[in-house]
Design a protein around this ligand. Structure first.
Ligand SMILES: Cc1cc2nc3c(=O)[nH]c(=O)nc-3n(C[C@H](O)[C@H](O)[C@H](O)COP(=O)(O)OP(=O)(O)OC[C@H]3O[C@@H](n4cnc5c(N)ncnc54)[C@H](O)[C@@H]3O)c2cc1C
Length: 443
């Protein structure tokens, strides 16, 4: 059993002293549980809307212990379900409102990062999806719209040189950051604005309006539960693991061959999700899914650090860039993401109980948590923002199936997704396996 630690490249490269641990009873206006982006952006929007509020945030370990301090650093305008699926569910108008709000959120995060977290190296270099076989190319072709532009092979290789790539799609609506530096800039900003941040301070809800933190009571008429994948609600959301590896800083010769001078985020258009970035110190950081789902949604540090998945990621990186064969991979880590049954996020505020929760971002939480935090503040402050009408506000997805069906079905889908990529690599035709599993994945 591995110890519970944030082993990410991002956590490894920051040096900071922790905030204090709660050592007294508190009486405040808003208590926030969880020191990731959901908790911190909720505090940010609340204090921006009402600077007189007394807000305290409680983090069980340290700021960025969870997915926020471990992720791929993509700030994308992606919603966990595709645009076409969302149009089928809520129509064009509601769908457009969500994607417009996501796009503005990236720019708002960028403005914040430039002023208050310059070391996060926010760069709006767009994002590239590339195809390495014709089945992937067909899928990418179907994703072209006013925001996603087709790249011929020569246009793609002008942007980034990937072995065996044949074409791609580019969007300008995406940015890249060092997530840990952004979190720490945000925490510093909030502290200056009077938000109290407590680390090593695990909180439990004792009763309506009251938290127990260690042996101290916190009385707050409003409580926000921002622990996302740490929230135990196995029928409402499941934890799946996303894993990452990173190389040592790569030479200027490597990057002059490969390109990507704009630091676009990039991914192969396979069924199994993968994602990569060129870090601000010129490493390659690459992540992906494929680790198994834990029985009964129990969080597992072993799965989070699956050697097999880490090795598959290193192999994927080397297949894109054969020049990496002799390069050292210095970091390997993972974390849980929360997925609802219909793959849509949620933000719920119950005014009568003074209780709210947000999450279910399914691996697209960097921009979504900013937007969800903004919507949470709008709900609590009861302002007239149109954001409160967005699809994910105050909604609940249907429940996941009972165990052991859930365990068997999800792990079979993960295996079949991997197999469908292998089938496409072999046949170069759209996978038959995927035709069967796609409707079951519900994205
Ligand atoms: C490997 C990986 C790569 C990813 N890549 C991307 C990406 O590139 N782009 C993207 O958009 N999204 C990505 N995601 C998803 C994204 O990171 C998450 O959706 C987002 O960070 C969730 O933020 P959060 O604040 O809701 O949760 P978290 O960051 O998990 O924060 C929850 C916090 O609550 C704390 N906590 C738990 N219980 C308690 C308690 N009782 N008391 C106090 N504190 C408690 C935890 O310690 C944790 O710090 C990735 C996720 C992973 C794991």
């Amino acid at each position: 059993m591995l110890p519970e630690r944030n082993l990410s490249l991002w956590a490894d490269s920051v040096n900071r002293t922790r905030s204090e641990t709660l050592n007294k009873n508190l009486d405040i206006d808003v208590a926030i549980i969880g020191g990731g982006f959901s908790g911190l952006w909720s505090a940010f929007h609340l204090i921006s809307g009402d600077p007189t509020l007394k807000i305290a945030l409680f983090e069980a370990h340290h700021i960025g212990f969870g997915a926020s301090g471990r992720n791929g650093g993509w700030l994308s305008a992606d919603y966990p379900v595709s645009r076409n699926t969302l149009i089928k569910r809520i129509g064009e108008e509601g769908t457009d409102s969500i994607f417009t709000a996501l796009k503005s959120s990236i720019d708002e995060v960028g403005n914040f990062a430039r002023d208050f977290a310059p070391t996060a190296s926010f760069t709006k270099g767009g994002s590239i999806s590339f195809a390495r076989n014709s089945a992937q190319a067909i899928r990418l072709r179907n994703s072209v719209d006013e925001d996603h532009h087709w790249l011929s092979n020569s246009e793609l290789t002008e942007k980034i040189l990937i072995a065996d790539s044949i074409c791609g799609v580019h969007t300008k609506s995406s940015a890249v950051v060092n997530p840990m530096e952004l979190l720490l800039g945000l925490a510093k900003y909030l502290t200056k604005k009077g938000v109290a941040i407590y680390e090593n301070s695990a909180a439990t809800i004792a009763e309506t309006g009251r938290l127990l933190v260690g042996s101290y009571f916190v009385t707050a008429p409003r409580i926000i539960n921002a622990v996302e994948a740490f929230r135990s609600a196995p029928r409402e959301q499941i934890p799946l693991y996303s894993l990452m590896v990173a190389t040592e800083p790569l030479t200027s010769q490597f990057w002059s061959e490969v390109g990507n001078f704009e630091r676009a985020t990039f991914a192969e258009g396979s069924h199994l999700i993968n994602y990569a970035q060129r870090t601000s110190d010129n490493r390659l950081a690459i992540g992906g899914r494929g680790a198994r789902y834990p029985f009964a949604s129990k969080r597992s540090t072993n799965i989070e650090n699956s050697a097999k998945t880490h090795e598959a990621l290193r192999a994927l990186a080397k297949s894109w860039f054969p020049q990496l064969s002799k390069v050292r991979f210095t970091h390997a880590w993972g974390g849980a993401i929360a997925i609802t049954r219909d793959w849509e996020p949620y933000l719920r505020w119950d005014k009568n109980r003074g209780y709210g929760e947000l999450g279910g971002y399914a691996g697209d939480g960097m921009t979504m948590s900013y937007l969800a935090g903004k919507a949470m503040a709008a709900e609590i402050l009861d302002n007239t923002s149109s954001i409160r009408a967005l699809r994910f506000v105050n909604r609940r997805s249907r429940n996941w199936e009972f165990e052991p069906l859930r365990f068997a079905a999800i792990n079979s889908l993960i295996k079949l997704t991997d197999l469908s990529d292998a089938e496409e690599r072999l046949t170069r035709k759209p996978s038959l396996i995927n035709r069967i599993i796609e409707p079951l994945i519900l994205r």
